[in-house]
Design a protein around this ligand. Structure first.
Ligand SMILES: *Cc1c(COP(=O)(O)O)cnc(C)c1O
Length: 301
């Protein structure tokens, strides 16, 4: 599957003589993040091929991966189980748009305390899950594994070799690793982490041997899903000027960072930039619930 590259017209781009296109992976699916769809594609194929009837995975309350896994499982006739961080959610998950929709799509939600959730990769915890749920195809938190990276190698196409710079969001690093694998050495990939942490480089190196990439680590706004009113205003302004919605957890931070780099002359005149819009738009509703409570501006729908 190939998605369209949309050329962006903004005064700042003209002033700095750089061009920007956005690859609209957000349009792959109305609910599932584009990259999560790509990460699940070969995993679902493998699960079916190996005769699994159940997909089990992990995530937090607003996880795009949980939403995507529920949807992909339903579409392919697999049962799905989501192990969700935070036992307090057991009483209020119906108010959480991500979890409520995942449940609607047939996902069985199991809420676990944070200390137990941290043990999710231990043999002991997995043993408990097996005795409780039987045989299942296991997807890690965020969905990054070799098959997920393989799926993300299909984000970039032959036509994209004309770009000098490719920008992408980084959560667990699987998506950008796939993109890096698909670039030529004349291209550079810039990753914009959505969270704080030095472990990200290592996670990316697990899935790619190429070196034509770097991370821009100063645009996380304090950490995963953390936002400020200046940042929310940027997302709304960007949508007003381009008609392109950005999600607050990933793509907004990448675009904020990229625009900041353009403003600060970090690209030579003539540079052709492609930014990947990975989706995540299902998370806006949930974020607006939080923003309202904190008296911060809301994201325009
Ligand atoms: C999950 C997600 C990412 C990050 O993907 P990783 O492979 O975990 O790095 C980026 N953008 C969106 C919209 C996502 O949902």
């Amino acid at each position: 599957m190939q998605t369209e590259n949309q050329k962006i017209n903004l005064p700042i781009l003209e002033e700095k003589k750089v061009t920007l296109s956005i690859k609209r992976e957000d349009k792959i699916h109305p609910f599932v993040s584009g990259n999560k769809y790509r990460k699940l594609k070969y995993n679902v194929q493998k699960a079916l091929q190996d005769n699994y009837d159940t997909l089990l995975t992990f995530g937090g309350a607003f996880s795009n991966h949980i939403a995507a896994a529920a949807c992909a499982a339903q579409e392919s006739g697999l049962r799905s189980i989501g192990i969700i961080r935070g036992e307090e959610l057991a009483y209020k998950w119906k108010d959480n748009p991500t979890l409520a929709t995942a449940a609607d799509m047939g996902m069985q939600l199991q809420f676990v305390p944070r200390n137990l959730y941290r043990e999710k990769n231990s043999e002991e915890f997995l043993g408990h899950l097996k005795s409780e749920f039987g045989r299942f195809y296991l997807l890690p938190e965020g969905g990054s594994n070799d098959l997920a990276v393989k799926g993300c190698e299909e984000i970039l196409t032959e036509d994209d070799t004309v770009f000098d710079i490719i920008c992408g969001c980084v959560g667990t690093g699987g998506t950008i690793a796939g993109m890096i694998n698909a670039t030529g050495n004349h291209q550079k990939v810039l990753g914009f982490p959505a969270l704080k942490g030095d472990f990200l480089k290592e996670s990316i190196r697990k899935f790619t041997a190429k070196e034509n990439w770097e991370l821009q680590t100063t645009y996380h706004f304090g950490g995963y899903a953390k936002v400020t009113s200046e940042y929310i205003n940027f997302i709304n302004e960007f949508k007003r000027c381009t008609q392109i919605p950005l999600d607050p957890v990933y793509t907004g931070k990448m675009m904020y960072g990229l625009m900041d780099m353009v403003k600060n002359d970090r690209f030579l005149p003539g540079t052709r930039i492609l930014a990947i819009h990975t989706g995540g738009l299902q998370g806006i509703k949930g974020m607006n619930v939080t923003l309202k409570k904190k008296n911060l501006p809301l994201i325009d729908l």
